[in-house]
Design a protein around this ligand. Structure first.
Ligand code: NAP
Length: 493
């Protein structure tokens, strides 16, 4: 199905409607927002097989993955619903007056988080449901009290259209203001650029390429009123193999990583694109098992032709670099729009000299960096850019000897994993999905979990306000309740 690009007039009217909706939506109670978010989840489920079929057809992802992603999408809508219903996300700070304090009286000051206004969300190619129309950016912005304008990803426009219809049904059923959610199409950069430039847009959520994220960030910074762009862009998710632990479990570790590299044809932002180990017998056995796993994996169809073309181009460019050796590649040839699994290796000295080897190759590829010793390994780690994740294969005893590596990794990544693979992001209040540049544009925030809504709020202090004029959350009677409920668990129905 062909959808036409939103015109400048349609974009302007969408933002104006979103602004009008914001004036009422920002004051809607947590209870009503919760009803809305739960209704979105219900309506998405009510789409049934039609949605699953559309997503499978447009993305080439298998049914089980789409069903799983749908569960994640409805799950986070309900998680945010519970969060706003409970209410302590506003982080009420109550500092009461001391009128007789000397030398100056202390005023009553109360602070809380409030929504920032209309948010533009770019649907992500690699998550047609969980990071697109009703994805984490949309659900967290709506939970925060911000209207959302989604720009559908053209690679799954029909899936996006179906989910948009479900959200609009939820808007009607729960009596939300009409402009609280809007859905636009655009297969040219023009639409996205115009949305980001519009003066009524107050923030942007994006997942995609480094070039795309940087371009939108630049546009947002050059506006008369600069706005935040929360872009998740590029991460190679290093896996560090400590030698004593690896030597005990080299084969299993190789198999585990081969499965993680090829999961979903490597199209996860948490794909392990870099493996760092020390040249010894353990690493030789590890590479053998890793290569065997890669050789036996059949190439899969990628999300869209552009992603497949990018993968081939970047893979070819990486393999052409000095000192690169192919360690293993799928024995089956790759067909049209397919990504061929491949692992290569390079010495630490070549890796350190060549910054292009640290760039993301989005697809089923990983590069093994062979270090001479632990200090060589540490120097490779110290040179890494910002990452979403960093993993360590190491037992407690070995880890305790290498606190310096952990300390370096804390500076580099948003999530550190011990003895696990980076793919598979749990939606949990404690999750951090975000990291230093270039993995995201702002490492202080997460795009997964309850705290994702903090991207779309700002703090406001109310000084000297009579109780009756304070927002409900800061009134004497409610503040105490919110404080007491602080330790409640979110994410449950
Ligand atoms: P993309 O090219 O970055 O596009 C994502 C969205 O941003 C699309 O809606 C696109 O608009 C828009 N966009 C991109 N550049 C723009 C610009 N300069 N101005 C305005 N809008 C812009 O990503 P993709 O199509 O999903 O995949 C392409 C590559 O992105 C992949 O090969 C991969 O390298 C990377 N990627 C990385 C991740 C990750 O998590 N690290 C995830 C997905 C993709 P149009 O649709 O109008 O083109």
């Amino acid at each position: 199905m062909k959808y036409s690009d939103a015109t400048p007039a349609e974009i302007d009217s969408a933002l104006k409607e979103a602004h009008v909706a914001f004036l009422s939506y920002k004051n809607i109670s947590g209870k009503r927002k919760a009803e809305f978010l739960k209704a979105i989840a219900d309506e998405i489920e009510a789409l049934g097989q039609e949605l699953v079929n559309a997503a499978m057809q447009e993305t080439s992802l298998p049914e089980a993955r789409i069903i799983n992603e749908r569960g994640r999408t409805t799950g986070h809508c309900r998680m945010f619903a519970n969060c706003v219903d409970e209410g302590s996300w506003v982080e009420a700070r109550i500092d009461t007056a001391i009128p007789d304090r000397t030398p100056a009286p202390k005023p009553d000051i109360r602070k809380m988080l409030v929504p920032i206004g209309p948010v533009v969300v770019f649907g992500a190619a690699n998550f047609p449901l969980a990071y697109s129309t009703a994805g984490g950016d949309t659900a967290s912005a709506l939970a925060a009290g911000c209207p959302v304008i989604v720009k559908a990803h053209p690679a799954h426009a029909t899936t996006s259209e179906l989910v948009a219809k479900a959200i609009k049904k939820a808007v009607d059923k729960t009596g939300m203001p009409k402009g609280v959610f809007q859905h636009l199409h655009g297969a040219s950069f023009e639409v996205g650029q115009t949305l980001v430039k519009h003066p009524l847009t107050k923030a942007v959520g994006f997942t995609g390429s480094l070039a795309g994220g940087k371009a939108l960030f630049a546009t947002a910074s050059q506006r008369h009123e600069p706005i935040p762009v929360f872009a998740e862009m590029s991460s190679i998710n290093p896996v560090i193999l400590l030698p004593e632990t690896l030597s005990r479990d080299a084969e299993k570790t190789g198999e585990k990583l081969a499965a993680s590299i090829t999961l979903g044809v490597g199209q996860f932002c948490t794909n392990p694109g870099l493996i760092i180990g020390i040249e010894d017998d353990g690493l030789v056995r590890f590479i053998k098992a890793l290569s065997a796993g890669i050789k036996n994996t059949i190439p899969g169809t990628m999300l869209h032709q552009g992603i497949a073309d990018n993968y081939s181009k970047r893979l070819e460019a990486s393999l052409a670099q000095k000192g690169i050796s192919v360690e293993g590649e799928s024995i089956s040839p790759a067909g049209a729009a397919q990504g061929k699994p491949l692992v290569a290796s390079v010495s630490a000295s070549e890796f350190k000299k060549n910054p292009s080897l640290a760039e993301e190759v989005f697809g089923p590829f990983s590069l093994v960096v062979k270090c001479k010793d632990l200090s060589d390994l540490h120097s490779v780690v110290s040179q890494l850019h910002g990452q979403l994740t960093a993993s360590l294969i190491a037992d407690d005893a070995e880890l305790s000897k290498h606190q310096n590596i952990i300390n370096s990794l804390i500076e580099k990544a948003g999530r550190l994993i011990i003895n696990g693979v980076p793919t598979g992001v749990e939606v949990s209040p404690a999750m951090q999905h975000g990291g230093p540049y270039p993995s995201t544009t702002d490492s202080r925030f997460t795009s997964v979990g309850i705290d994702a809504l903090k991207r779309f709020v700002r703090p406001v202090a109310f000084q000297g306000f009579p109780n009756s004029l304070l927002p409900n959350e800061l009134k004497d009677e409610n503040a105490l309740k919110i404080w007491r409920m602080k330790n409640n668990e979110w994410g449950k129905d």
